[in-house]
Design a protein around this ligand. Structure first.
Ligand code: SF4
Length: 327
């Protein structure tokens, strides 16, 4: 059934609250994130929490070539801006996106130097810092507040990955979901926008568990959400397990993933900005079959077509009892 075109509560006719709309509303123009690699590590690799890392993790797979930690932050931003300029309008603004590993996991003076270099780049209007939820301190949040006082947009993205502790244990995450809940609350209390990242399709998670994640996510004071399908990378513990026991994995077909996304997004709070619905890394990194959606656009199109077919939109199946974000 076709629907009459509506304007949804987030202010446009798209059936979900998109990050592109959100950032355009803030700045009046398109915003592009430019990845930078700070050359840091994470406590699940250097021994503080663990040494093997999360079983699914391969940072190289999703780090663009221009974000090369052997270059300075300035050079990475120069190259990233030039890379994206091919399809960006001249007035596009940029956020420096500290993406790989845990970008709050270093002495505060070192972090300040890294963030300063990005903040001082003339193309940069904001900092987006990706990290683990167990790498948060008041001192680090104070540092982020310094940039906000300078007029820079600052946001934090936490790898939550799953809201289910049994899954987090299975993938050797090294922290539980309560850790993520605390980090998100501490950060949001400062007025800093918080993004959460979830992987859909992790071993041991049923479809019902993944759909139920929406209700838990609704209870967090987050601003934005990224969803990714599980991809299995060569050379990781999960990749080794997959080669030996492929029957232990139930990887989603594209159609099933779209249906899952629809079921989750229809249960999400309408103020949660959806930044990503999937991604596909280059085949050289992946063991599992891909979907041929290297650009995100094709998947978004399929997702929006499915919502339209169902006459559905973000939050239309929201359970209002699950939206209380008070701790
Ligand atoms: S996913 Fe993040 S926390 Fe886990 S091993 Fe990789 S860098 Fe470390």
């Amino acid at each position: 059934m076709a629907c009459a075109e509506c304007i949804y509560p987030w202010g446009d006719a798209r059936r979900y609250n998109s990050y592109s709309r959100h950032t355009r509303e803030m700045f009046g123009v398109r915003v592009q994130k430019v990845a930078v690699s700070a050359g840091l590590t994470c406590p699940n690799r250097d021994g503080r929490v663990g040494t093997g890392g999360c079983t699914f993790c391969l940072n190289d797979a999703f780090t663009p070539a221009y974000a090369d930690a052997t270059k300075s932050i300035t050079a990475q931003i120069d190259d990233g801006v030039a890379f994206h300029a091919r399809r960006a309008a001249a007035d596009t603004r940029h956020f420096a996106y500290f993406q790989s590993f845990s970008n709050s996991y270093a002495p505060i003076g070192h972090l300040r130097a890294l963030y300063d270099e990005a903040a001082d780049h003339p193309a940069i209007s904001g900092l987006v810092i990706s990290t683990r939820p167990d790498c948060v301190s008041e001192e680090w949040l104070d540092l982020l507040d310094d940039y906000r006082r300078r007029g820079l947009y600052v946001a934090v993205e936490y790898g939550v990955e799953s809201v289910h502790n049994q899954t987090l244990r299975l993938v050797n995450r090294g922290h539980d979901f309560e850790c993520a809940r605390r980090a998100i609350a501490l950060t949001a209390e400062r007025g800093i926008p918080v993004g959460a990242h979830l992987i859909l399709g992790l071993p041991g998670e049923s479809r019902e568990m993944m759909v139920a994640s929406a209700e838990v996510i609704n209870s967090l004071p987050i601003t934005s959400l990224k969803l990714h399908q599980l991809q299995i990378f060569a050379g990781t513990p999960m990749g080794n397990h997959y080669r030996e026991h492929p029957e232990a994995f139930h990887l989603l077909a594209l159609d099933d993933y779209i249906e899952l996304l629809v079921d989750i997004v229809r249960r999400l709070r309408q103020d949660i900005v959806i930044e990503r619905l999937a991604s596909e890394v280059p085949p050289r990194y992946r063991i599992n079959e891909g979907w041929g959606i290297a650009g995100h656009d094709r998947l978004i199109q399929l997702f929006e077509e499915r919502l339209s077919h169902l006459c559905a939109h973000q939050g239309d199946l929201l359970n209002p009892k699950t939206t209380d974000t008070d701790e």
